[in-house]
Design a protein around this ligand. Structure first.
Ligand code: SF4
Ligand code: SF4
Ligand code: SF4
Length: 419
């Protein structure tokens, strides 16, 4: 079989993960697999393919290329949430970027959602097998939901304080209700699910409805409409608005471009990265950078984390053990890039497994401000590198090539990344 793998825009983690196909496809020697990077796709001129696998997000400029693929390949596969739903880069849709889920261009594309996409699922598809139907994420989560009404909605929690209750029971939004079981399992690393592998259509709306139902007890300010007896929820100064200041980023993290919401009319801030980060709460920043940073996601995420820690130096001290574990991750990132350069599959697998061991998964869910969220096997003394709840403080923050500003509610108002 002839299989072409094409990287379009954004993060290249899904593209890199396809190196593991060698390990996962039985008797891969019969296959001819080649990879085409973003900078080379326009020059690419093959004629016949059995499979075209597309990774990365799709803009208007790529439509023609994607249509061409659908003509020369027997089957097209969208691999990773960026391609299938616009993914996390689709947040820029809010600022007018036309990011297109692949099925809107080729309706019969096979879709493998997930950030990152699961290589086991891609291997099954390329071997002509159906993907096993997943269960909902909550069934494989160690936490259990009561679906009780909430007393409050909260932005930060200590994941170790109660390791059995559902995040939603603390009023800490988790989209596990509308997600499929996944390999990365952010929820095992103290991080609420943001639904990269959604189990339903219009996932953001459904989760909004679900969480709204749980919020039946939470006090909201109401205000007369002035047009009769009906009240409306206040725009400001109520518990809910205070606690979920970014509805778009919280509920539509991976599916905004696929949500049937109209493209945003907010003005762009000048780059896709600033358009993704501006408007997001500070505590969500590592969770976003860990997903989208490609082969530099570790240094990118640590720059973001350390910028804030430097700004709160007295209130957010970092232990020696945290520094040691972070340095290990930075060394692993360098090794990973060397392995990718050399197309060394064995090393790629070994290094990504080591990254997962410290960072939890390839989304780096265990990394946070002040330390790590859950204990790392055999590193002992979790108290020595445990993250803490941190104060939200207005100001300008900078580290490495990252600069950002926060308002008094801890919302990003400016984000810059030097080349
Ligand atoms: S952002 Fe996520 S879905 Fe997109 S390419 Fe990176 S890992 Fe894959
Ligand atoms: S909603 Fe989240 S924390 Fe709760 S059970 Fe489901 S996956 Fe686990
Ligand atoms: S737990 Fe993480 S990887 Fe799994 S579906 Fe949710 S956001 Fe995606």
């Amino acid at each position: 079989m002839k299989i072409g793998i094409f990287q379009l825009n954004g993060c290249d983690k899904c593209f890199n993960e396809t190196y593991l196909l060698d390990k996962h496809i039985n008797d891969n020697s019969k296959n001819e697999i080649f990879r085409v990077k973003n900078s080379e796709v326009e020059k690419w001129s093959e004629k016949d393919l059995d499979y075209a696998v597309v990774t990365g997000y799709i803009t208007l400029e790529n439509h023609e290329f994607v249509q061409k693929l659908s003509k020369i390949a027997k089957k097209v596969v969208g691999y990773g949430s960026c391609t299938t739903t616009g993914g996390i880069f689709g947040l820029a849709y809010q600022k007018g970027y036309d990011i297109t889920p692949i099925a809107k261009i080729i309706p019969d594309t096979t879709l493998i959602s997930g950030c990152l996409g699961e290589i086991e699922e891609l291997s099954e598809i390329l071997q002509g097998h159906p993907i096993k139907k997943s269960e909902i994420l909550c069934t494989s989560c160690a936490r259990k939901s009561t679906c009780e009404y909430l007393d409050e909605v909260t932005r930060q929690i200590d994941p170790q304080e109660d390791v059995e209750s559902c995040f939603n029971d603390f009023g800490h939004l988790c989209s596990g209700y509308i997600a499929n079981s996944c390999k990365e399992m952010c929820v095992d690393y103290g991080t609420a699910c943001r639904g990269c592998k959604s189990s339903v259509d219009r996932a953001g709306f459904r989760m909004l409805g679900m969480f709204g139902t749980l919020m039946g007890n939470v006090e909201v300010a109401t205000e007369a409409t002035g047009k009769g007896g009906t009240d409306k929820l206040a725009d400001v100064d109520d518990d809910v608005t205070e606690s979920i200041p970014d509805v778009t980023g919280s509920f539509f993290r991976f599916n905004l471009a696929n949500s049937v919401l109209p493209i945003g009319r907010n003005q762009s801030n000048g780059s896709i990265m600033s358009d993704i980060f501006i408007g997001r709460p500070i505590e969500e920043l590592p969770l976003i950078s860990g997903c989208i940073g490609g082969d530099h996601s570790i240094s990118f995420t640590l720059d973001i984390i350390q910028a804030y820690e430097k700004g709160l130096i007295e209130d957010l001290p970092v232990s020696e053990k945290t520094v040691e574990l972070r340095n290990n991750l930075l060394s692993l990132e360098k090794e990973l890039n060397s392995a990718l350069k050399a197309s060394n599959v064995e090393s790629y697998e070994k290094i990504t497994n080591q990254i997962r061991k410290i960072a939890g998964n390839m989304n780096l869910s265990n990394l946070f401000f002040g330390g790590f969220k859950v204990p790392i096997d055999d590193s002992g003394d979790f108290e020595g590198y445990k993250k803490s709840i941190f104060e939200i403080r207005e100001g300008d923050y900078q580290n490495g090539n990252i600069k950002y500003s926060l308002n008094s509610k801890g919302i990003v108002t400016k984000f810059e990344m030097e080349a």
